[in-house]
Design a protein around this ligand. Structure first.
Ligand code: NAD
Length: 387
């Protein structure tokens, strides 16, 4: 079987990578730059690390801060209307996945006809046809990998949906761990487990290849090794650097292999209960992996090894059970609730969650074990009860 591998054109990674911004901006000959960020990042001065050097170099910049976590469709529609009303020739997104995903809409969807809703995967009817405005993406969380994927995620009433097209891939990604030092422990934990989930799901995906496997395993190594330290001591440069590379590699892995059951079940938690994306993935990760374990014992043994454990005297089956237990322990160690009850979800919500998860057919299709309605309900129930 042959596979398509897509890699983003240019990335700068590692401590101090932001110093390459001006050189890249020059290439685009930009007259008016739209900087998309969230209001908190502007308040704490992170946005200025991008805007100040641009202003000093004589560029005209406009800062757009109408960004909220897990952005709903309406926020995307508003940004696209604003972008169309102004003549920008470069978009720079700086922030977590929420700001970066919206930046992709300003960069690409604003240059298409119609509304953002027309381009959604589940219900849209239009296809992206033109490349749009050049885009530079600069993550300030170590989680989503949005800077290297062709995906923009939006929150709907009952679930989440995506717009995907290769034109949504940023022209330049700048991944500087120094920008993540200010992340509080709770966000470090949620975004870090999000990145881990991307890597784990890519590795067990039906669309995995040797290329995505290599990316996923190294992401699992880095994140498993450093997430506890990044959460307990956010100023640890090495831990932040590992998390930054881990989320970047995991982004490349899942962009090429896709995510599966954890994400399909997590999207309704985001849509219906507004639980942060990383937390939604984290609470479900051990339960989905525990349920599908018989379909991917070999991969789970590899994941267990990449998490830093030896399986020398273990069968594949034994190692796969231990892998599930270690994933659960990791989630608990970084203080994320390990049951749906911990997020104040009541049992009567499980039916609606199941119905919404079933809509994510494209994502579910990548699971190594087919997940039907009763399977999905059973997993939600296990995550509810914590067993
Ligand atoms: P986020 O962008 O929603 O940010 C979470 C919070 O962290 C915000 O309050 C923000 O102000 C704060 N924050 C961000 N950087 C900070 C910093 N350096 N210091 C202090 N505070 C900081 O969180 P996220 O998890 O990065 O993004 C979530 C969104 O990304 C969701 O909508 C999710 O569905 C989407 N997502 C997209 C992709 C993709 O490939 N496009 C993949 C996974 C998830």
């Amino acid at each position: 079987m042959s596979v398509k591998i897509t890699l983003p054109p240019i990335s700068y990674t590692g401590w101090g990578a932001l110093s390459h911004l001006l050189g890249e901006v020059e290439r685009f000959n930009a007259k008016k730059i739209l900087v998309i960020t969230d209001p908190f990042l502007k308040d704490i001065g992170i946005t200025n690390k991008v805007v100040d050097p641009l202003k000093e170099a004589g560029y005209t910049t406009e800062i757009y801060t109408d960004v909220v976590p897990e952005p709903p469709l309406a926020i995307g529609e508003k940004l696209v209307a604003y972008t169309r009303d102004n003549e920008f020739d470069l978009v720079i997104g700086i922030g977590g996945g929420s700001a970066l995903d919206l930046s992709k809409l300003a960069g690409v969807i604003a240059s298409q006809e119609g509304k953002v809703a027309d381009y959604l995967n589940l219900t849209g009817t239009k296809k992206v046809t033109t490349k749009g405005i050049p885009t530079i993406l600069i993550p300030t969380t170590s989680g989503t990998g949005s800077e290297v994927t062709n995906i923009s995620v939006l929150s709907l009433e009952t679930t989440k949906d995506v717009i995907t097209h290769d034109y949504l891939l940023a022209d330049v990604a700048i991944v500087d761990p120094a920008l993540t030092i200010s992340l509080p422990p709770k966000v470090t934990a949620a975004t870090g487990v999000d990145a881990l989930t991307h890597a784990v799901e890519s590795y067990i995906s039906k669309n995995a290849s040797p290329v995505s496997d290599a990316l996923a395993l190294q992401a699992i190594r880095l994140i498993s090794n450093s997430i506890r330290q990044a959460v307990s001591n956010g100023e640890d440069k090495q831990a932040r650097t590992d998390m930054s590379y881990g989320s970047y590699l995991a982004g490349l892995a899942f962009f090429n292999a896709g995510v599966a059951g954890v994400h399909a079940l997590a999207y309704p938690l985001g849509g219906q209960f507004h639980i942060a994306h990383g937390d939604s993935n984290a609470v479900l990760l051990p339960y989905v992996m525990g349920y599908i374990r018989p379909s991917c014992e070999k991969q789970m043994k590899d994941i267990y090894n990449a998490m830093g454990f030896s399986s020398v005297n273990l069968s594949q089956k034994e190692a796969s059970y231990k892998c599930v237990a270690e994933l659960k322990r990791l989630v608990e160690d970084v203080n994320i609730p390990s049951t749906l009850k911990g997020f104040n979800i009541t049992e009567d919500a499980l039916d609606n969650l199941t119905t919404a998860a079933l809509e994510q057919k494209r994502i579910l299709a990548r699971s190594p074990m087919q997940l039907l309605k009763e399977d999905i309900y059973t997993i939600y129930k296990a995550a509810f009860d914590g067993v």
